[in-house]
Design a protein. Structure first.
Length: 167
C-alpha cells in the first residue's frame, strides 16, 4: 500500500510543479520518500506500533475476491482513461482513478476483515468527488491533482500503518 501511496504523492507533486522550481520539487520528493521509508521501516521492522495484534478471520474466498476486485479495478481504470481521453477530459482522470480505487476497497473490507478499508475507500471516494466537483466548477486542474494526490497518499499511508499495527 505504501508503494501506491507514493504514486499518489507524485500526482500531488505534479499539481505543485507549475508553481514550484525543479530543485524545490526534487527536495520535496526526496524528503517525502525518505520519511515514508523511515516510517515504514521503523514501525514494521522494530515493532514500534502500539496496539494489540489480533488474528483476523478472513473469508475463505478472500484471495479469489482480491483477484476479481483488482481485475475489475484495472479494467475500470483503463476504461475511464480511454473514455475521458476520447472526450478530451484529461483533467478528470485523477478523480476517476481515485473514485475507482476508493470503491475497490469496499468489498475488500469484508473479505479481509479490515474495517479500516471502509474508511479508506470512503475517503478516496470523497476526494474523487470533491476533485470532480471542483473541476466542473472551473477549478484549477493542478490544484485538484495536488488535493487528490496528497489526500490519497495520506489516506493510504495511514491505512498501511494501521494495518501493520493491528496485524
Amino acid at each position: 500500500m505504501s508503494v501506491f501511496a507514493s504514486m499518489w504523492e507524485f500526482l500531488g507533486i505534479s499539481g505543485l510543479a507549475p508553481r514550484v522550481s525543479v530543485s524545490a520539487l526534487f527536495c520535496v520528493v526526496a524528503v517525502a520518500v525518505a520519511v515514508a521509508v523511515a516510517a515504514v521501516t521503523l514501525t514494521v521492522r522494530f515493532g514500534l506500533l502500539p496496539g494489540q495484534r489480533r488474528m483476523r478471520r478472513t473469508a475463505s474466498n478472500s484471495l479469489r475476491v482480491f483477484g476479481q476486485v483488482n481485475i475489475g479495478q484495472t479494467v475500470a481504470v483503463v476504461a475511464a482513461v480511454l473514455v475521458l481521453g476520447r472526450l478530451g477530459l484529461w483533467s478528470y482522470v485523477p478523480a476517476a482513478v481515485c473514485l475507482i480505487v476508493g470503491v475497490h476497497f469496499l468489498p475488500l473490507a469484508r473479505s479481509f476483515a479490515q474495517p479500516q478499508y471502509w474508511w479508506t475507500g470512503g475517503l478516496l471516494v470523497f476526494l474523487a468527488l470533491t476533485g470532480a466537483v471542483t473541476l466542473s466548477a472551473g477549478g484549477d486542474a493542478a490544484n485538484v491533482r495536488a488535493l487528490i494526490g496528497f489526500g490519497a497518499a495520506v489516506a493510504l499511508w495511514a491505512t498501511a500503518l494501521d494495518v501493520a499495527r493491528r496485524g
